[in-house]
Write a protein that binds this ligand. Sequence first.
Ligand SMILES: [Zn+2]
Length: 521
Amino acid sequence: MTKIIAYDSTLRDGAQAQGISFSVEDKLKIVQKLDELGIGYIEAGNPGSNPKDLEFFERVGGLQLKNAKIIAFGSTRKVGINAAEDKNLQSLLRANTAAVAIFGKSWDYQVTHILRTTLEENMAMIGDTIRFLKQQGKEVVFDAEHFFDGYKANAEYAMQSLQAAAEAGADVLCLCDTNGGTFPDEIFTVTQKVIARFKVQVGIHCHNDCEMAVANSVAAVQAGAVQVQGTINGIGERCGNANLCSIIPNLQLKLGLSCIPAENMAHLTSAARFVNEVANVTFNDKAPYVGNDAFSHKGGMHIDAVSKNPISYEHISPEQVGNVRHILVSEVAGRSALLAKINAVDPTLNKDSPDTKRILDHLKALEHEGYQFESAESSFELLIYKLLGRHKPFFGLAEYQVVIHEPAKNGVNSTATIKIAVDGTEETTDADGDGPVNALDNAMRKALERFYPAIKEIKLTDYKVRVLDSDKATAAKVRVLIESTDQKESWTTIGVSTDVIDASWRALTDSVEYKLMRDSL
Ligand SMILES: [Zn+2]
């Protein structure tokens, strides 16, 4: 199998995205995760432009990495000085990595109008910088910035920039579609021309401004590129970078090339979610391969077909990338979908069993009340367990009380008092919070933690409120959806009530019950 090097730039190019900021700790955690996934190169920062990165490079040296090489990123030397005197290159060396990536200009316009130097000096900057780094024993990736735009404007100059890098000893010539405006056919043709001219390995670095970054990266690999740069979930400035979470399975599962160890492909989904979690970015449910909806089926006919044979509506099996199939629960879904859910709890039930009918009737009644389980499967699973008499509640509520006091003090305006019982032992606690639901959540956790320490693992990641019958104004019903995670799994629960605190309470208790139930199975 042809080996393609997966080169991740989440921590460098990805970190330039709006709203993304990684602490040193975050970066170390992500490096470990990507190494476990089997990523070959991790471009982790620019020590010249960001002093925080130097601390990171000091500490990353202490990690025992199995697969990944760490790359420090920098630019060619400044105009008119020696490479050895360049402060940024000195910082780059202080990062103490075996490999570095250097970006340089390959578009004549950028040289004369942005860098404002001569075309010759730019060539000297590329050559000097790479020669200097090679003398220091570094493996060097040359990122030819704006290569494709440069090629269109002045093909010979763009090629000469690669020539300068290759002659100076660059190990990889990486062609960058920096502005993200190039189409796959152009990428393919130009990459092929580069490969025909140079003996050095060629890489590809694409941005997603035309939503072509994944297609462009794949096209470059099909033309012969062997290093593919991108970020996890396509995190990056503007419209993002090429998304490695799509590129890797595309290359490996569809084209039969090898990017990461085959046995690690099943970790792709969890790695994707982990990075977004650390980056504090909402996960895109529609993401191919790794998104929540990537293998979700709702329409009755689709579900029927998928339960007969998954290939009817799935291009790969979700397990291959560590994702799961979701059969969405609703009246629309039809009986076979619901039966699949019910069978996951009790495989002996069939569509004519009285228990199945009872569950369906109950579901209909709840949907009529405003429940909607297709986005709250965990509540539905819990409901099946309850209706089949297989769920013993982990705790009982005696009462709760929430007091709101305005103006808030230090961002805290609510206090909740809660009395619960676990196996006959009562516990009363109170807790403050930013809003009544937060106070209630805090109080419930505090009360339950001594009985169930695993509750500390639960983190609420999303809280949505929807008003159902808005013509009733403040007396309207509300639907609350809560998404929780314990790092291993995420789940969504639901509560409906005319009172937003009560609806939240229902969703919160389902979340805790679900977690404890899963842990006990
Ligand atoms: Zn970039």
